[in-house]
Design a protein around this ligand. Sequence first.
Ligand SMILES: Cc1ncc(COP(=O)(O)O)c(C=O)c1O
Length: 307
Amino acid sequence: MAIPFNDLRLALEPIRKDIDRAIASVVDSGIFVNGPNVEKFEEAWAEYCGAERCVTYASGTAALAAIGFCLSHSEKAVQVDARTIPNTMIGLQQGGVDVVPTDDIVAFHVGLYGEYLWGPWTDACQMHGCKFGGEHPQLAAWSFYPTKNLGAIGEGGAVTVIDRTDYQRCLSWRTLSTSRMREVEAAALNVKLPHLDGWNACRKSLAACYWECLSVPPVVEVDAGNHHLMAVLFDNRESVQTALTKNDIGWKVHYPTPLHIWEGGESRRGECPNAEWHCEHVLSLPIYPGMTKEQVRTVCDVVNGAL
Ligand SMILES: Cc1ncc(COP(=O)(O)O)c(C=O)c1O
């Protein structure tokens, strides 16, 4: 039986009626952007994250641009872990900062490997439900892309802030960039938010099952992070990919191209050897609420057989 990389319908099944009702009420209201659902979600998300305020956008990339806009008033260049998704770099650049890809794991990092070194600002686009070690960073960017641990029905993003000046700048950026969250997305997110902790607990138990059954050393502690991705490092990634495909099991690579190569092409290969190694060996296995432990064990059998 096929095991997809993700199936977003499973988590929605038990709350489907509430989602339908919330979307219908937006259509009935005739208010499609910056209305009461967006306002409610901004308050709820700021509170959930332990921030003072939240400003929503149409995507996580737009939220990163807003962070870039805030930072460009104080910092000209920022270092970004070269292993991360190119949207991090592109978003910040759109906001006016120079991005320097680095081979180090810097304060600004995604939730890929459970390395949460919270800096004054963070790309938290994969970190829904991760705790900020007691204190919210000055600025955090969020994505509500449908596959995220808290995902919209379409796309969405936000910045959470603790500072009034940053809040005003984030609002200005929304006006300048015309990147707004739609009411439909906010209405769905308001229904979904109370379920986030339960979905994360489900991901955690699946991750624990993976690390118990896989014959490779764990990349992250089960207690670390929110298990957005089940990222595993393999010496022989290609054989594992081939075996998974042959058995109708989904996989993805997060991410295949390090930032300096995105930016400058192959001539820059060698500049960030650790990041390049990661991009060549990392592989994401299926993990999502509604997936069963039996399915996890099936994936592990196929992977272990290919090692
Ligand atoms: C770490 C990280 N940063 C930025 C983004 C960009 O977010 P969006 O796709 O909502 O623009 C993503 C989304 O995939 C992400 O995972």
